[in-house]
Write a protein that binds this ligand. Structure first.
Ligand SMILES: [Zn+2]
Length: 431
């Protein structure tokens, strides 16, 4: 592999930073990544990629937890006002965001590179570097606080670089710009829509680091993350006068309270660590009314799929039993799910060697688990089930705060490193 493409990528650094900052200014949460997707589609089209959008990316029956119609409409209008191409917007009607760019180069393996594109419902901290340098989030209560703006810039830089070296590629590259990673909905939808079928290699990456981290290295861990299931429960009871006739009511609040106590009391699993969290509870209409409706948002996690399934089934049983105990009913909806999958060790080793040979420093932590969830695992699982290989790695960067924090920002000089990692991996796997 020759170094000239790396030199060209280095020269693109200012453009990568500008791209990242553009996406940072206009963050969008799950299934509302309208402007984001339109921008990506515009760039991929210009570069000469075959572009899939809208329901070609996620089939309607494969999608979980789509926002309400009014939320989608408001987000689409905002995207329009913020310069999104109306033609692209039209194809995403109903919140079918996300983009896939395909480059076909004849015989050879299909390699999928995944970049997540969504932001978080978070208000950017005041005094953030974005204030001083003009890229603060223009979308109130929404922020790229997990570095996915960087992932998009890396993905688009990779798209550009792969076009420069296309003569050296044999096979098909799929660049998957995946919506709705936060909450673990997007990857499952893309997988169930068939886009990982026939893929031999799938790669994904995340920005990571603390204030002391040296920017510009790659870290490969086990790839193993926590399996997780997100779910919403709505308890339905019967309202009544709290003083005159409480016996005529069925108190949904009581059912929900019993459920929460029960959920946190699920016994641990003997073979793997488990977690549970009830994150929100909303309900009730007045002090003197027996409450007839309560909504909970909760999640379970497990170090293995089996442990996560155990937690999910136990949790659902508790929700149903707690409802019954107080004469209520409960509707449970799955709002997101990710499995736990390890990197293919042979691929991790192969990529580590390639990167090192190209002068990219690699930290090998092949045994290390990441105690978070990442829905890339759904893609990795699908590819491995077909006999393919997967690798999830970290692009290390000095970060000002932890992921999902209002003060989060990263050192943009990591962007070319990310592009180099993906491009050299594709060149290696498709030579
Ligand atoms: Zn993230």
């Amino acid at each position: 592999m020759n170094q000239s493409i790396f030199t060209a990528i280095d020269q693109k650094a200012p453009e990568l930073t500008a791209l990242r900052r553009d996406f940072h200014r206009y963050p969008e949460t799950r299934w509302t990544e309208f402007r984001t997707s339109a921008r990506i589609a515009e760039i991929l089209t210009r570069l000469g990629y075959e572009v899939l959008m809208g329901q070609q990316v996620c089939k309607p029956e494969c999608r979980m937890a789509a926002p309400e119609a009014d939320v989608l409409e408001a987000a689409r209008n905002r995207a329009m006002a913020q310069g999104a191409d109306p033609v692209f917007l039209e194809s995403m009607k109903g919140g079918f965001t996300g983009v896939i760019g395909i480059l076909r180069r004849g015989e050879g393996p299909t390699v999928a590179l995944r970049f997540d594109i969504d932001a978080l419902p978070l208000t950017e901290a005041t005094g953030h570097r974005s204030d001083r340098e003009g890229y603060r989030s223009r979308n109130e209560g929404c922020m790229h606080g997990c570095g996915h703006d960087g992932h998009i810039a890396i993905g688009l830089g990779t798209a550009w670089a792969l076009m420069q070296v296309r003569e050296q590629l044999h096979g098909t590259v799929k660049l998957i710009f995946q919506p709705a990673e936060e909450g673990a909905q997007g990857a499952r939808a893309v997988v169930d829509s068939g886009h990982l079928d026939g893929v031999e290699y799938v790669l994904g990456a995340h920005m990571m680091g603390g204030p002391e981290t040296a920017t510009g290295q790659i870290r490969i861990q086990s790839g193993k993350t926590l399996a997780t299931s997100k779910f919403d429960a709505v308890f339905h009871g019967t309202p009544s006068h709290a003083g005159q006739a409480p016996e005529q009511g069925n108190n949904a609040l009581l059912a929900a309270a019993a459920a929460i106590q029960g959920l946190y009391a699920i016994p641990r699993h003997g073979t793997a660590g488990t977690q549970i969290n009830v994150g929100t509870i909303r309900g009730g209409s007045g002090r003197n009314v027996v409450c007839s409706e309560v909504r909970l948002e909760a999640e379970v996690r497990g170090e293995t799929d089996a442990a996560n399934t155990y937690m999910k089934q136990y949790a659902f049983r508790i929700l149903r039993s707690a409802a019954e105990m107080h004469g209520c009913t409960v509707d449970i909806t799955l709002a997101g799910e990710a499995v736990s999958v390890e990197n293919t060790p042979a691929l991790s080793e192969q990529l580590a060697r390639v990167w090192e040979s190209m002068g990219l420093p690699v930290q090998r932590r092949f045994d290390e688990l990441w105690t978070a969830s990442e829905d890339f695992a759904c893609m990795a699982q699908r590819v491995q089930q077909q006999g393919g290989q997967s690798c999830y790695f970290r692009v290390l960067s000095a970060c000002t705060a932890g992921l999902h924090q209002a003060g989060f920002d990263f050192d943009e000089s990591a962007l070319p490193t990310g592009v180099k990692a993906f491009v050299s991996a594709a060149l290696e796997l498709m030579k």
